[in-house]
Design a protein around this ligand. Sequence first.
Ligand code: PMP
Length: 408
Amino acid sequence: PPEVVPQAPEDPLFGLMRAFRADASPDKVDLGIGAYRDDNAKPWVLPVVRKADEILRNDPEANHEYLPIAGLASLTSRASELLLGKSAQAISEKRVASVQTISGTGACHLGALFLARFYKTNGAGRTVYLSNPTWANHRQIFSNVGLPLATYPYFNKETRGLDFDGMKGTLADAPEGSIILLHACAHNPTGVDPTPEQWREIAAIMKAKKHFPFFDTAYQGFASGNLDRDASAIRLFVEEGFELVIAQSFAKNFGLYGQRAGCFHFVASPSSEAADITTRVASQLAILQRSEISNPPIYGARIASIVLNDDALFAEWQENLRTMSGRIIAMRKALRSKLEELGTPGQWNHITDQIGMFSFTGLNETQVLKIRSDAHVYMTKNGRISMAGLNTKNVGYVAKAIDKVVRE
Ligand code: PMP
């Protein structure tokens, strides 16, 4: 009966994808899902991923056996170096526990489950603070494991930039030891990141309040095109000695979306007990993982591992990342200049100021629905567009469609 299992609403983003597929218009443009597309609006298998796949398929030793519970060690170890740096003290001091997960979503879930079980089980200060707005899935991932949720201000609608004062104020007022979810780079959905100086201030407040950082990194290499720079916020917090966790996705930066490759990492604060704490955390993560998925999927993990363990392929991967981030930056410039050429009412500098995969256009829900029905341009109701959906052929069309709804 409906009172036992009521009908749930369709996931808004996957619903949008379905509506796009069903639209027969030849003009339709998909700016919904955050997946990279090439200049022909087609999915792009990274050339380096094709090479690694070839190596894997020709490996006579490759098979379909189970991975260990914590996943492929040759992936998880390189994955932690990618985040923290090859010569990170946290790694040499054995203060990092890493587990391969079902992409970034699975990493967020495992982290949430771990914290629900072990973080301040006596109640106070267990609230998870999410940025307002944030990736739509965060809310359900953390509430699924019973952690209380709150939000901190993030986006300033007037400047279409960071509401830094609002963010700092809420972090300073939050109960001591709260869990703060931070997007490491290329914030989804706003495309707005704190500056290095602002990150230092955030770290100082969080340290004073003994808050617990939960980093989510799904776009390393996409924000600046530089892997190290895109990890600098995480590295700052680790160098500041925080105990923290990181959910890492390889969906976007390897284009391995459906392979579900990712990792969860715990980093202990430096202390004489740190290595021991890390071993205990790893043992508990293994128990949780075993009951949830037993062991993670192997194929995408092997592809990422092949690339991360070979200097030449690693260099080629960085080149592929620059291709993707470079095309996105070019599309930001193109969209902004077309809107400015059209004299579209309003300021459009935020399109090039924002970074990563997404831009928060500032279009309201009425305009979003109108541009969908009139021009067949699909974006999420909050006015977020995936920049990768733009290309040299459709950017002029999209600019004109935006111009039209803004003037109406
Ligand atoms: N976190 C954020 C902020 C994201 O945008 C995404 C991808 N949309 C993810 C995590 C995880 O995605 P996936 O599970 O595909 O790795």
